[in-house]
Ligand binder design. Structure first.
Ligand code: DGL
Length: 270
């Protein structure tokens, strides 16, 4: 039986659109309701308690839109606040486990690197999940806190000297470690893929957590026959700066986003 209710996706801000992009590729007929917490971004340097509080509020907001499942696009929420989804009345997808599974299936030398926000790296979630899947793997994790502001500033091209130097500096330990697989454990990092690939070289596979998660969502919908039969509409809610979001969304999704599709909401009034 089909289920035409939308998929709910949330993130601390606009970065989660990299996950939406993968969902649209994988599931073009699904309606998507997105919430970007642009008024409270970033989450990645906040305490676990605060991230959990925000995640719960974001999930509750999406439920008011009658979603059939919820995707936490945010690497930080997925790492430290997945337990907030335990009582949700709909299925929940985070981006850590699917990325780890893909990485374990991809690596040839068993050396896997993970990059993310400070909160993501401190949580140790990726390492624990990779070792659960393959106890013989070796894992290195590195926080790259400057990557998010670079991307938000629109500085992500590999030809940009500042971008290249920042990427080189953060990834040096990963090169020294000899990883052949790197998990991009934060929403913004796929935007830096070209710069990261140019520093690491062809021998290192980049795992986009959004791609891995979108595939998992598609498998779930197919398996349960819960896919949409007539959807494909996308609606975006933000807690601040809808115009900035609209401009960035048009760039990240590579399509024009109509003003009417982006709405500001007061997340604290729920
Ligand atoms: N969305 C966050 C993540 O994927 C990055 C931005 C932030 O720190 O909130 O971890």
């Amino acid at each position: 039986m089909a289920d035409n209710r939308p998929i709910g996706v949330f993130d601390s801000g606009l970065g989660g659109l990299t996950v939406v992009k993968e969902l649209i590729k994988e599931l073009p007929k699904e309606d998507i309701v997105y919430f970007g917490d642009t008024g409270r971004v970033p989450y990645g340097n906040r305490s676990v308690d605060t991230i959990k509080k925000y995640a719960l509020e974001d999930e509750q907001f999406l439920l008011t839109h009658n979603v059939k499942l919820i995707v936490a696009a945010c690497g930080t929420v997925s790492s430290v606040a997945s337990d907030t989804a335990k009582k949700l009345p709909v299925p929940f997808f985070e981006v850590v486990s699917h990325a780890c599974k893909t990485a374990v299936n991809t690596t040839k030398n068993g050396k896997i690197a993970v990059i993310g926000t400070s909160a993501t790296v401190s949580s140790g979630q990726h390492k624990a999940e990779i070792l659960r899947l393959n106890p013989n793997a070796s894992v290195i994790t590195c926080a790259c806190p400057l990557f998010v502001p670079l991307v938000e500033e629109g500085w992500y091209k590999k030809e940009d000297a500042i971008v290249l130097e920042t990427v080189k500096r953060y990834l040096k330990p990963i090169i020294d470690f000899g990883a052949d697989t790197l998990i991009l454990g934060c929403t913004h990092y796929p935007v830096l893929s070209d710069a990261i690939a140019s520093v690491l070289g062809e021998g290192v596979a980049l795992i986009n957590a959004g791609t891995a998660t979108a595939k998992a969502v598609a498998d779930f919908l197919n398996e349960k026959a819960l896919y949409s039969e007539n959807g494909g509409d996308h609606k975006f809610f933000v807690s601040d700066k809808p115009n900035f979001f609209k401009e960035q969304a048009s760039v990240l999704l590579q399509k024009e986003i109509d003003d009417r599709l982006v709405e500001k909401v007061d997340i604290n009034s729920l």
